[in-house]
Design a protein around this ligand. Structure first.
Ligand code: IPE
Ligand code: IPE
Ligand code: MG
Length: 255
């Protein structure tokens, strides 16, 4: 199991290009509405943005890309929209796996998959297995994902394996059980569509992420918009609790 530095336990190494970008892809419905189209047309167009952003991340040298596709709260939407989103997910998985493989992309899906129908669960597992050898970009899709669910499932699994240590569990004990255990913590969080909230995304993992909110709707978010988000990230001073003076006293090149 890979272990990465936790932002709360030690100061992580930072680089000009974020290693891990996590995105709430929001605004599909509004994009469609502006064009007098059904909401699902926005979701269909949103899949094109996913393709473009995957490509752009590879070009920029981002190693981990985590995309929020369906939240545990999205079941509250009209049944028809939920079902169309599921169909879209199935088609995308069927169509994209070969291309992901050609581009060295490893796909993972995180979230409570037990609520999806068995055909979709099988497609997910197959796609994950088919791309398991790739290392160029780790693409993670959060589906039926909730940050609280993630923390709780981790606690429950830890409780099952280490009940004797209950009462003295540490962050380091819990982290291997989080659904993102294979990735460093996100450096850059992006939310498109203008809302400025986390909506139960990676609650634990975003502890020290730089937050970037943009009005751009997800179907219009392109390589240029990603580059602008990364440029904004590069202007931030990531202090991780220290003072600015401490940072400038550090060796040149370190940010
Ligand atoms: C994000 O777009 C996609 C999902 C949540 C599945 P929305 O569908 O939330 O689009 P808006 O926010 O209504 O514009
Ligand atoms: C968050 O978008 C979830 C995804 C992008 C999948 P929503 O559009 O569902 O978020 P809220 O409910 O408006 O916060
Ligand atoms: Mg929305």
């Amino acid at each position: 199991m890979a272990f990465f530095k936790s932002a709360t336990r030690e100061v992580p190494d930072t680089r000009p290009v974020p290693r891990h970008v996590a995105i709430i892809m929001d605004g599909n419905g509004r994009w469609a509405k502006k064009r007098f189209l059904p909401r699902v047309a926005g979701h269909v167009k949103g899949v094109e943005s996913v393709r473009e952003i995957v490509r752009a991340c590879i070009e920029q040298g981002v190693e981990y890309l985590t995309l929020f596709a369906f939240s545990s709260e999205n079941w509250r939407r009209p049944a028809e929209e939920v079902s169309l989103l599921m169909q879209l997910f199935v088609t995308a998985l069927q169509q994209e796996v070969e291309k992901l493989n050609r581009n060295g992309v490893r796909l993972r899906v995180i979230g409570d998959l037990s609520r999806f129908d068995t055909r979709l669960q099988e497609l997910i597992r197959n796609a994950e297995a088919a791309t398991a050898g790739n290392t160029r970009l780790h693409l993670t899709i959060a589906a039926n994902y909730g940050g609280r669910w993630d923390i709780l499932q981790a606690v429950n699994r830890l409780a099952a394996v280490a009940p004797d240590k209950a009462g003295s569990w540490t962050e380091a004990d819990l982290e291997p059980y989080l659904s993102t255990h294979f990735a460093p913590e996100p450096d850059l969080f992006i939310r498109t569509g203008g809302e400025e909230r986390i909506s139960n995304f990676l609650l634990w993992q975003l502890a020290y992420a730089e937050l970037h909110f943009t009005e751009t709707l997800w179907p219009e978010f392109d390589a240029e918009a990603l580059a602008a988000a990364i440029a904004s990230y590069q202007r931030r001073e990531r202090r991780f609790g220290r003072t600015s003076e401490q940072l400038t006293a550090q060796e040149p090149g370190a940010r």
